[in-house]
Write a protein of this length. Structure first.
Length: 74
């Protein structure tokens, strides 16, 4: 599961792509819905908090969600 989490941080990698890779290696493995369910269960057990101490107005934080849909089509 840690491998999946790390791979999902890479540009263009999706859970579906990782599942397809998993099914090639494990033809009798989980179907997509069960694969996603198990991954979400595992993620729920992880502590995912990130606290930043800073003075107000000292820094600017930008939330970047990745490529736009239009740039993926090209």
């Amino acid at each position: 599961m840690e491998y999946i989490r790390k791979e999902l941080t890479r540009k263009g990698v999706t859970l579906r792509l990782l599942w397809l890779e998993y099914r090639q290696a494990n033809p009798d493995g989980y179907h997509y819905s069960q694969f996603c369910f198990r991954y979400q269960q595992w993620r729920g057990t992880q502590e995912l908090s990130f606290h930043q101490n800073h003075k107000a107005g000292e820094k600017l934080f930008v939330d970047y969600a990745g490529q736009t849909i239009r740039s993926r089509i090209r």
